[in-house]
Design a protein around this ligand. Structure first.
Ligand SMILES: NC(=O)c1ccc[n+]([C@@H]2O[C@H](COP(=O)([O-])OP(=O)(O)OC[C@H]3O[C@@H](n4cnc5c(N)ncnc54)[C@H](OP(=O)(O)O)[C@@H]3O)[C@@H](O)[C@H]2O)c1
Length: 162
């Protein structure tokens, strides 16, 4: 199965200056990302790879770049199509960002795991696209209030292609 996993704010902002907007303020989101993707394959754009700085442990890592680029511990390919074709046959795959990569990947995936952060970040400069409501249906939503560890409210939502 092909999936996207993404976190966005109330205006669908996902990032600023090659960093997450709520990086240390929502540990529950990092844990959710780890649990959902662990043991599977992850596809990411070169800029997102560089912002993470190392391959994600316990997952097959695939980086897309149009340049000659190498990463120890990851497969580097020149297109999204090639990235999907290199996924180990026993694994699900998750496209994990960033903005440019998500914009292309929406057309290829069946499911989107979205963390909808209940806050607007004015620093956001990179956005997740609006989903076509005729194509995507919300199939589950788990709401969480802010708490002592998580500074903002957030919903874990799953959208499936209809
Ligand atoms: N909130 C979230 O869920 C989330 C998740 C991940 C990232 N982010 C944020 O997103 C931002 C990064 O996003 P971004 O849009 O700047 O970059 P990106 O999508 O991570 O990476 C873009 C790069 O990937 C390569 N690429 C993209 N599409 C390609 C294609 N179709 N074929 C071949 N190569 C392709 C190119 O690399 P080359 O330039 O090497 O050719 C391109 O410059 C950061 O702020 C990061 O923190 C947020």
């Amino acid at each position: 199965m092909r999936n996207i996993i993404v976190s966005y704010d109330k205006k669908r902002g996902i990032g600023a200056e090659n960093d997450l907007l709520w990086l240390r303020d929502l540990p529950a989101d990092l844990r959710h990302f780890r649990e959902v993707t662990m043991g599977h394959a992850v596809i990411m754009g070169r800029k997102t790879y560089e912002s993470i700085g190392k391959p994600l442990p316990g997952r097959q890592n695939i980086v897309i770049s149009r340049q000659k680029y190498t990463v120890e511990g990851a497969i580097v390919v020149g297109s999204l199509e090639e990235a999907f074709s290199r996924v180990d046959p026993d694994k699900e795959v998750f496209v994990i960002g960033g903005g440019e990569t998500f914009r292309s990947a929406v057309a290829y995936v069946d499911r989107i795991y979205a963390t909808e952060v209940q806050e607007t970040f004015s620093a956001a400069g990179i956005f997740f696209p609006q989903l076509d409501q005729a194509t995507w249906k919300e199939v589950s939503r788990e709401k969480h209030e802010a708490d002592e560890k998580n500074k903002y409210g957030y919903d874990f939502v799953i959208y499936d292609r209809v």
